[in-house]
Design a protein. Structure first.
Length: 689
């Protein structure tokens, strides 16, 4: 009997009950979708890193000997140790002079590259190289093709023996890009035997260990007699920590979005169940009078929320895995290199679903318990009409000047606070999500304009070859009336001889101060760098606890000396983080200026064939590449806008529906008094508005 009653009640109040199910579904859909991405991503990267014997620590220096590596290996807790050379080079101009990180190794004990096509890496093969799979895919490079890199002043051309991936490059982004474009970033593994004897250095020692790598810093410093540049763990490797941050962000999103929809579902449950129980007061009294226990009646009314939330959560989990979760994996798989990344599922989703169902059912309990406290004989009679009290709005000095429509709705809001709160809170949450989505979309447009018109105050970008001499660069500068830019990897710190946790790896940009390659302050206004100082990007300054006028210490990747500079400007940049300084100050620090790029406002297409020029890019090409990369942002914006609109529609529809049902007799009275249907419709619309 009660089951049939439940079906009839759900049918009679279909809109409200369907909303409860839909909100539960969306809450679990969002949670499971985001978590599917996070769980699957963490499982895939754990498998990838374990199979690759991924390094836990990186020691950087000028050149490490085999004896030094043995001393590191002798430290208790450190397991596998390997020396290698890591040098930044460039590809041929036909491959857009992409940044190419070159690794020269004598073995593969730590961070073993995984082969996706071709042969495994052979440290004794002097005629081959192993190339980054995603770079090869972007340029349609196959196993067996010839490929050349320009590195350390050499042009090295070898046959591609295999295509590889590595945990060090789960994320890869060129220094000139704002986001991942695999046309412009790659890495290659070589046998160290391809280098001349005088160039066979090992500027890195990588190792695996028990526990946290940073805990071994004192032992490492003692073993090497402090004869190294700096020491880093995985959290300092951008190719690794970027994906960690992304997955942590998605984990947060799963709870935030779920909370919003659950909160609205609870408000709908409270208002719906209170109204239905108030309407069925006589039925409840009759059931009590016939001998049905209050506990059974309570379970009957709890069943509405329980059944609907179970159906919603179950469908949400299924849809989250099959649709949103897979969409997220496919979307972010375009930017991150992680093999076997599939949507994942864990018991946490079941626990969250159970908690959601419990909350929904518990909310119904608090809505039902008051009516069940009433004695059956009293419940058989209709509820006494509430005494009408003046509402708070009637104390307004201009109350009598308000229209009937305004006074009527203000009184109703005051007397139906929960329904009004549901409408306001639901619309607020929907608008918040919409603003987040559209705000992100506007921010991308703003960054696009800031980056390509304010900071990059030029029309053409000329990439110079690795072997380009300073004389050739100067001649090209005079010909194009441009500005030379040097750029290299650098480490910055707040004090001399810092420990690893006080070092940040970033970029050093050296300009000539011609204001073609500009620097912006924290208010995004382009500002010249004061002579004798450097500009430090805002986030790095915050991490190091530095401000304008303080001293920052910096060291290039190939140098062993920490340089000291005064901060003349805290800057902001959408892509490059680190320090920017003038050429004259750079050379005054006994550093050799090696330009990698020339920028100009003049048409530079005629210099593309010169021996020292690797490639020429127009601003139009750079903007088109940026727009292609931002397509994923558009998908996220569409997702947020659609869900926000859906949320607002559900809330306002329920609010209006409840309002109409609660005031049906009042509206009938108004009709009798001569109010037309249009006027009554305006009463309802005004409150929703």
């Amino acid at each position: 009997m009660l089951r049939r009653k439940m079906i009839r009640d759900i049918k009679a109040n279909f809109a409200q009950f369907f909303s409860i199910m839909l909100l539960s579904l969306i809450a679990m859909w969002c949670y499971t979708g985001f978590q599917a991405n996070v769980i699957g991503g963490n499982k895939a990267r754990n498998d990838f890193e374990n199979s690759s014997n991924f390094a836990d620590g990186w020691i950087y220096g000028a050149d490490f000997s085999a004896e030094q590596a043995e001393k590191i290996a002798d430290i208790s807790g450190i397991k596998d140790v390997q020396r290698r050379a890591e040098v930044l080079g460039k590809s041929d101009e036909k491959y857009n002079t992409a940044e190419m990180y070159c690794y020269f190794q004598t073995g593969t004990d730590v961070t073993i590259p995984r082969t996706t096509d071709g042969a495994d890496f052979d440290a004794d093969d002097v005629n081959g190289l192993w190339l980054f799979d995603r770079f090869a895919e972007a340029w349609d490079i196959k196993v067996g093709d010839k490929f050349a890199v320009h590195v350390m002043g050499l042009d090295i051309e070898k046959e591609v023996r295999g295509l590889i991936i590595t945990p060090e490059y789960e994320f890869a982004c060129a220094s000139t890009d704002t986001d991942t474009d695999f046309h412009n970033i790659g890495f290659a593994y070589f046998s160290q035997k391809v280098l001349p004897e005088e160039l066979r250095i090992n500027n890195e020692i990588i190792f695996t260990c028990d526990g946290k790598a940073l805990g071994y810093e004192e032992d490492i410093a003692k073993a090497l007699d402090d004869n190294y540049a700096y020491f880093a763990d995985r959290n300092s490797i951008r190719g690794w920590y970027q994906l960690s941050d992304e997955l942590a962000q998605h984990d947060s999103f799963s709870y935030i979005f779920s909370f919003v929809f659950v909160a609205i579902a609870l408000l709908v449950i409270i208002t719906t169940m209170k109204r239905m129980i108030a309407q069925q007061r006589t039925q409840i009294g009759t059931l009590n009078a016939l001998g049905m226990k209050k506990r059974k009646i309570m379970f009957h009314y709890l069943g509405y929320s329980f059944v609907l939330s179970v159906i919603g959560c179950t469908l949400g989990i299924i849809l989250g895995l099959l649709t949103f979760g897979r969409l997220m994996v496919n979307m972010f798989g375009q930017f991150y290199t992680l093999p076997d990344w599939q949507p994942g599922f864990s018991y946490k989703s079941i626990i969250v679903a159970a908690v959601l169902i419990l909350i929904c059912t518990g909310t119904s309990y608090f809505s039902c318990k008051q009516i069940l406290k009433i004695h059956p004989s009293e419940a058989l009679r209709p509820a006494a009409a509430k005494t009408a009290k003046p509402c708070v709005f009637e104390k307004l000095p201009f109350w009598n000047k308000l229209s009937f429509n305004a006074r009527y709705n203000l009184r109703d809001i005051s007397r139906s606070k929960m329904r009004a709160f549901m409408g306001i809170f639901g619309t607020c949450m929907g608008m918040m999500i919409m603003e987040l989505g559209l705000g992100a979309y506007d921010t991308v447009d703003y960054v696009r304009d800031w980056y390509f018109h304010d900071i990059q105050n030029y029309e053409y970008q000329i990439i110079l070859k690795d072997g380009c001499t300073i004389r050739q660069a100067e001649e090209l500068k005079d010909e194009t009336d441009g500005e030379l830019i040097a750029m290299e990897a650098v480490s910055v710190a707040a004090k001399d001889h810092p420990t690893s946790d006080g070092i940040i790896s970033c970029k050093l940009a050296v300009t000539e101060g011609e204001q073609l390659y500009c620097v912006s302050d924290t208010q995004l206004n382009t500002t010249p760098i004061p002579k004798g100082t450097v500009a430090l990007t805002m986030k790095q300054a915050k991490k190091l606890g530095l401000s304008e006028g303080d001293t920052v210490f910096w060291k290039t990747a190939t140098g062993s000396k920490w340089n000291e500079s005064r901060i003349g400007l805290i800057s902001r940049h959408p892509n490059i983080t680190g320090i920017t300084m003038l050429r004259e100050d750079y050379e005054a620090a006994d550093m050799t200026f090696r330009p990698v790029m020339l920028v100009s406002k003049n048409n530079c297409e005629n210099v593309a064939g010169k021996d020292c020029v690797s490639a020429v890019h127009s601003m139009k090409d750079l903007i088109e590449a940026f727009d292609r990369m931002m397509e994923v942002m558009n998908l996220l914006v569409y997702f947020m806008v659609i869900f926000s609109v859906l949320l607002i529609v559900i809330v306002l529809y329920n609010s209006g529906n409840l309002s109409f049902n609660e005031r049906e007799k009042e509206f009938a009275t108004l009709k009798v008094l001569g109010f037309k249907s249009g006027a009554i419709r305006r009463l309802l619309s005004t409150q929703n508005l």
